[in-house]
Design a protein around this ligand. Structure first.
Ligand code: C5P
Length: 303
């Protein structure tokens, strides 16, 4: 990144939906090998970094009360990680304008980590390479590297090893936010409990799904989406089945839990259908809020 004399930097970072989430057996380190096809969608957090006397995090937005403001916040951890590597004091105020649901399975926390990292790199003129930024992201969490690059990508390993994917069109989505969150570790633990005694195949990306993305074909994508964490999320949050059924009945081409949930994602054929599905879901009383967003969206970007 280039040298800068700016005193404030704002970075916009997208949410993600997993169009495929294939989960393998638990590894000795407790993580699971994944074949994780990420699609960035146009719902954004904005992270603003300003020089300050000491590290401080603030957050605004409808879910702000649920966001930790201490050093467990991924934005704070990102600033500390970059500062530590470059012998800089992480004396900054990080402000998160939060629009991505918290604990929703849309990588909101990861977005804030990637956003803070790029913002601090720009503010400090650190000049970190893309590879170094991605390496720091991988240390912060499995989904953080994808938040930096955006677009669409296949994540392998625990999700952090990324291969960018071609996308041949725009996909229109509806997202239904639930009235409580789900903990990602709890959903993986439930996956392990449900899988007990069964042989779990190694996760592989679906070729029909990759082809559908490359063609930009929503019907083909709808036929190929899958999420191995969905049974675990439904087991912990059975009411999500009502939201999925309401979206299907409203004409969504596909309905699935986003990542570890509890946000549910509905693929529509075009922007107009997405608005219609959103309207029916809003009236269904099966969720807290409903948003529409298109993907792919760009990764973390200085604005
Ligand atoms: O990497 P991250 O901190 O986002 O992961 C949160 C938790 O989700 C992990 O502690 C682990 O319980 C679970 N996880 C997993 N396998 C993955 C990614 C996450 O079991 N590939």
């Amino acid at each position: 990144m280039t040298e800068t004399a700016t005193e404030t930097v704002t970075v916009r970072v997208p949410a993600k939906v997993n169009v495929q989430l294939a989960v393998g057996a638990a590894r000795p380190d407790g993580f699971h090998d994944l074949a994780n096809v990420f699609l960035a969608v146009g719902l954004y957090d904005e992270v603003t970094v300003t020089a300050a006397d000491e590290l401080r995090v603030t957050c605004a937005g409808p879910d702000a009360g649920q966001v930790p403001l201490d050093r467990t916040n991924l934005a704070a951890r990102a600033a500390l990680a970059l500062a530590g590597r470059h012998g800089i004091e992480a004396a900054v105020h990080l402000h998160i304008a939060k629009d991505i649901p918290v604990a929703g399975g849309m990588a909101g926390g990861s977005a804030d980590g990637a956003g803070a990292l790029l913002a601090c790199d720009t503010l400090w003129g650190t000049g970190a390479s893309r590879a170094e930024l991605l390496d720091i992201c991988a240390g912060l969490g499995s989904d953080v590297p994808f938040s930096l690059i955006g677009g669409a990508a296949l994540g392998t390993g625990r999700g952090e090893k990324l291969t960018a994917l071609e996308v041949g069109g725009t996909f229109h989505w509806v997202f239904a936010m639930a009235d409580r969150g789900l903990s990602t570790p709890a959903v993986f633990r439930e996956f392990d409990r449900l899988a007990e005694g069964r042989a779990i195949p190694a996760p592989v990306a679906s070729q029909p799904l990759l082809d559908a993305l490359a063609k930009g074909d929503p019907e083909a994508l709808a036929a190929a989406v899958s999420n191995d964490l969905q049974p675990a999320a439904l087991s912990l949050f059975p009411e999500l089945a009502d939201t999925l059924a309401a979206g299907r009945a409203a004409g969504a081409l596909a309905a699935l839990v986003s990542g570890s949930g509890p946000t549910t994602a509905f693929l529509a054929g075009d922007a107009g259908s997405a608005e219609r599905v959103a309207g029916v879901l809003r009236a269904s009383g099966t969720c807290r809020t409903v948003r529409t967003a298109a993907g792919p969206a760009a990764g973390a970007t200085v604005i």
